[in-house]
Structure formats: structure tokens, C-alpha cells
Design a protein. Structure first.
Length: 74
């Protein structure tokens, strides 16, 4: 099982993005956040399959222009 740690700076980015999308249309921010969290949960099965950039794997979020970086070691 892999261990996922969301850095404080990344959590702040997620909150800002959620607020941005909610300002566009109510509910979209929560949909964004749930989409990101679902993809983070998928790393249990899919870690290491994403392309590497800057020494980390980069996972893009479906339906949103947002991504995250993670170490590929399981």
C-alpha cells in the first residue's frame, strides 16, 4: 500500500481552485475537489504509470486543467 501525503501548499492550491470554480458556478468547486480526491485515491492502483517530469510523476486531473506531482516509489 502506498502512502499519500498532501503538502500544505498543495492543499492551499486545492482550496483556491475549489473557490475559483465555485465562483464560476455553485457546486463546480466541490465537483472539482471530489474529482481530484478520486484520482488521488486511484494512485493506490496506478502509481508510477504517469509520465515523469522534474523527477516526479505528473498526474493530470480529468475534466479540469489541474495536475499534481508525486514520487513513483510504492
Amino acid at each position: 500500500m502506498i502512502r499519500v501525503v498532501i503538502l500544505e501548499s498543495a492543499a492551499a492550491d486545492l482550496e483556491m481552485a475549489r473557490d475559483f470554480y465555485d465562483a464560476q458556478e455553485t457546486g463546480v468547486g466541490e465537483y472539482f475537489l471530489s474529482s481530484v480526491l478520486a484520482q488521488i485515491e486511484s494512485l493506490e492502483q496506478l502509481h508510477g504509470i504517469h509520465l515523469e517530469q522534474f523527477g516526479f510523476h505528473r498526474m493530470l486531473v480529468s475534466k479540469f486543467p489541474f495536475g499534481g506531482y508525486y514520487e513513483g516509489n510504492g
